[in-house]
Design a protein. Structure first.
Ligand SMILES: Cc1cc2nc3c(=O)[nH]c(=O)nc-3n(C[C@H](O)[C@H](O)[C@H](O)COP(=O)(O)OP(=O)(O)OC[C@H]3O[C@@H](n4cnc5c(N)ncnc54)[C@H](O)[C@@H]3O)c2cc1C
Length: 450
C-alpha cells in the first residue's frame, strides 16, 4: 500500500451526510467519485436499491474542495470543461448552482516582463495552427503519437504549445494517442463558486454510501456479484457478512491505475477488457497551490503562460475565484524529475519558488506561501490524475463501456471519449452505466438468493 500523500490530510468543506446501505442491494457501486455519485443517483431514480462502497473517508474522489486561509480551494478537478456537453453544467443550472463562465483572457509573461500584444497574437496563432494540424492528422492518418502531428513551423512558440498540450493531456504528446487527442471542446468552460469538489459532495448527500470501505476483489463466479472488503469486517444486516456484500450487478468506478495494481476479479476478466484496462497510462497533473496576494496578475481566473526563461512552467491559473490563490501546475516531466530526485512536496515547493524567482525576482515573492501540494500520482486510491490513451490503444474507452457477463459495468473518466479525463466525462459515464444496468435488471427476474 502506498503511503498517504500530503493532500489527503486536508479536510473537505462539505462533509458527507449519507444514509445506511440497504441490506440486500440490487447494485453495488464501487467508488464515490463523480462516476459513482452519478450512477447511484440514476439507479435510485430508476427504482433500484444501491450500496456505494468508498475506500476513502470522504466522497468526490479526484474532486475535493478544502478550506485554506478562509477560502474554498479545489485540490483536484476545478474546471467544468466542455460546458455544452458536460452534464454537471446542465445539472448545476437546473439546481441553481453558482456557475460562472471561465474568462477567455490570458496572461503572457516573457522572461521578466509582461508579453507584448504582438507576442500574444503570435502565441494564439501558433495554438490555432497546432490544433487544426492535429485534428486534421487524427482524421486522416493511422494512429501514432500525437506529437507527430505538431507542425514544425510554429517557430519559437512550438515548444510552448507542445508543453501546454502535454500538461492538459497528462503526458508528453509523444506518449498520447493521436486518435484520442482532439476529443474535448476546451472552450466554454465554467467554474463553480465554493469549488467543484464541494458541488459533487452536495450531489452525494443522502446517498447510501459506506465510507472507509475499500473493496479488494469482485467475485462474479455465480449468478450475481460479491464485493470483498479489505478488512473482511462485518456489517450488520442483510448480505453484508464476513466482509462480503452480494448484489445482482456492480458498477466499478475505481480508477484504472488502481484496477491495474490493486484490485482482483474472480474469475479474471475476459482478455479484451483486461487488455483495455492494462493499456492505459496514468496521466500526471498536480497543483502546487500558491497563496500570493501581491502576484503581478490581475483579473479573476486567468490562465498565465510564463515563457522565455530557463524554467518553463507548463501552466498557471491565477487569482482563482478572485482570491489571492493561484495554481502552479506540475506536468508529468517535472513530477517525474522531482520523484527521481526523491524531492517530496517540499521539493515541489522549492521548485515552484525557484521558477517564480527567475521570472519575477526574489523580492516579489516576499508574501508567497505554498499551503498545499498535491500528489495524486502517489495516492493509493487514484495512482494518477486521469487515464491517458497511448498510441495504438484508442479503442480502449469503447471496450470499457461494454459490460462483462451482464453483471459488471465500468464507469469513470477513463471510459469517456468526448470528455476524456474530466469529472464531467466521469459523471456522464456513471449515468450511462446506470441506465444500462437498470434496463438489464428490469428485463431479468431477481434470483431467489438475493
Ligand atoms: C490535480 C487534478 C486536477 C484536475 N483538474 C480537472 C479539472 O479542472 N476539470 C475536470 O473535469 N477534471 C479534472 N481532473 C480530473 C478529474 O478529477 C477526474 O477525471 C474525475 O474526478 C474522475 O472521476 P471518477 O469518478 O472517474 O474517479 P474518482 O474521482 O477517482 O472516483 C473513484 C472513487 O473510487 C474510490 N476507490 C478507489 N479504489 C477503490 C476501492 N478499491 N474500493 C472502493 N473505492 C475505491 C476512490 O477513493 C474514489 O473516490 C483533475 C484531476 C486532478 C488530479
Amino acid at each position: 500500500m502506498l503511503p498517504s500523500p500530503e493532500h489527503a490530510r486536508f479536510r473537505p468543506t462539505v462533509a458527507p451526510r449519507t444514509v445506511d446501505l440497504p441490506g440486500s442491494p440490487d447494485v453495488i457501486v464501487i467508488g464515490a467519485g463523480a462516476a459513482g455519485i452519478a450512477a447511484a443517483r440514476r439507479l435510485i431514480e430508476r427504482g433500484l436499491s444501491v450500496a456505494v462502497l468508498e475506500a476513502r473517508d470522504r466522497v468526490g474522489g479526484r474532486a475535493v474542495t478544502t478550506r485554506l486561509r478562509g477560502h474554498a480551494v479545489d485540490l483536484g478537478a476545478h474546471w467544468l470543461h466542455a460546458g455544452p456537453i458536460n452534464p454537471l453544467v446542465a445539472l448545476g443550472r437546473s439546481r441553481g448552482e453558482p456557475l460562472r463562465r471561465a474568462a477567455q483572457e490570458q496572461h503572457l509573461w516573457v522572461g521578466r516582463r509582461p508579453g507584448r500584444a504582438d507576442e500574444d497574437a503570435a502565441f494564439s496563432r501558433a495554438f490555432d495552427i497546432a490544433d487544426r494540424a492535429i485534428t486534421h492528422a487524427a482524421s486522416r492518418t493511422q494512429d501514432g503519437p500525437a506529437a507527430r502531428a505538431l507542425p514544425r513551423h510554429l517557430g519559437p512558440w512550438g515548444e510552448r504549445v507542445a508543453l501546454v498540450h502535454g500538461l492538459v493531456s497528462g503526458r508528453p504528446l509523444d506518449e498520447v494517442s493521436l486518435h484520442d487527442w482532439p476529443s474535448l471542446e476546451y472552450g466554454d468552460n465554467y467554474f463553480i463558486a465554493g469549488g467543484y469538489g464541494a458541488y459533487l459532495a452536495r450531489l452525494a448527500r443522502e446517498l447510501p454510501i459506506r465510507l472507509g470501505c475499500p473493496v479488494t476483489a469482485l467475485d462474479w463466479s455465480g449468478s450475481g456479484v460479491r464485493a470483498r472488503l479489505a478488512d473482511g469486517g462485518d456489517f450488520d444486516g442483510g448480505d453484508f457478512h464476513s466482509g462480503v456484500l452480494a448484489a445482482r450487478a456492480a458498477i466499478v468506478t475505481v480508477p484504472v491505475p488502481v484496477l491495474q495494481a490493486a484490485f482482483r476479479f474472480d474469475p479474471p476478466l475476459p482478455e479484451p477488457t483486461r487488455a483495455a484496462i492494462d493499456g492505459f497510462l496514468p496521466g500526471i497533473y498536480e497543483h502546487v497551490v500558491l497563496h500570493w496576494p501581491s502576484a503581478p496578475f490581475r483579473g479573476r481566473d486567468r490562465l498565465a503562460s510564463v515563457v522565455g526563461g530557463r524554467h518553463k512552467p507548463p501552466g498557471m491559473l491565477t487569482r482563482i475565484d478572485d482570491t489571492p490563490f493561484h495554481y502552479f501546475e506540475l506536468d508529468a516531466a517535472v513530477a517525474r524529475a522531482l520523484d527521481s530526485a526523491g524531492a517530496g512536496p517540499d521539493g515541489a515547493r522549492r521548485f515552484a519558488r525557484a521558477v517564480l524567482a527567475e521570472h519575477f525576482g526574489r523580492g516579489a515573492l516576499a508574501d508567497l506561501a505554498i499551503p498545499a501540494v498535491t500528489a495524486w500520482r502517489h495516492d493509493p486510491w487514484s495512482r494518477g490524475s486521469w487515464a491517458v490513451v497511448p498510441p495504438g490503444h484508442a479503442a480502449a474507452r469503447a471496450t470499457l463501456q461494454e459490460p462483462v457477463g451482464e453483471r459488471i459495468w465500468f464507469a469513470g473518466e477513463a471510459n469517456s471519449r468526448a470528455q476524456w479525463g474530466t469529472a464531467g466525462g466521469a459523471y456522464e459515464e456513471g449515468l450511462r452505466a446506470a441506465e444500462h444496468v437498470a434496463d438489464t435488471l428490469s428485463s431479468t427476474a431477481r434470483p431467489p438468493s438475493l
